[in-house]
Design a protein around this ligand. Structure first.
Ligand code: HEC
Length: 117
């Protein structure tokens, strides 16, 4: 009897944890909220519409990525997320690890996907 209740507690915890995980990952994010974050943190390099055409771009080698282009849009969310979190060593793309809440990251990705040409 005791063992069963311990077991059911375990199962319950796992199920709860899983539900939380899927709940955090499933909503598609809010592109409008993501746009705000983008305009604050990213447009200085990637340009107002993500095309990599900021004033700063001329001074950067390699230049900021055109986020609307196929080269970027064909990457998975996980790949884009990783670049944002880890940055790209040797380029101006720095790490944003810890800069955003999970929900902000999801919003940011939703906005980036809305730029797909
Ligand atoms: C200081 C300039 C700068 C800022 C600010 C900046 N980036 Fe970048 N970003 C770059 C550069 C330069 C590259 C290109 C690196 C390369 O060619 O490998 C890049 C690459 C990327 C890539 C990879 C694209 C690909 O196809 O692999 C993503 C995604 C990205 N940036 C997103 C962002 C987001 C989101 C923000 C804001 C949170 C941001 N960047 C802010 C300079 C910047």
């Amino acid at each position: 009897m005791r063992l069963t209740s311990v077991l059911s507690l375990c199962v319950c915890t796992v199920v709860l944890g899983f539900t939380q995980m899927t709940m955090a990952a499933s909503p598609k994010g809010n592109p409008d909220a993501g746009k705000k974050i983008y305009l604050e943190s990213c447009q200085s390099c990637h340009g107002p519409t993500g095309k990599g055409d900021s004033d700063m771009a001329a001074y950067l080698t390699p230049p900021p990525a055109n986020l609307t282009a196929k080269a970027t849009q064909s990457k998975t969310d996980a790949q884009l997320r990783r670049t944002i979190l880890e940055g790209r060593p040797g380029t101006a793309m720095s790490s944003y690890d810890g800069a955003f809440e999970e929900s902000q990251l999801v919003d940011l990705l939703a906005y980036m996907r809305s730029l797909r040409q």
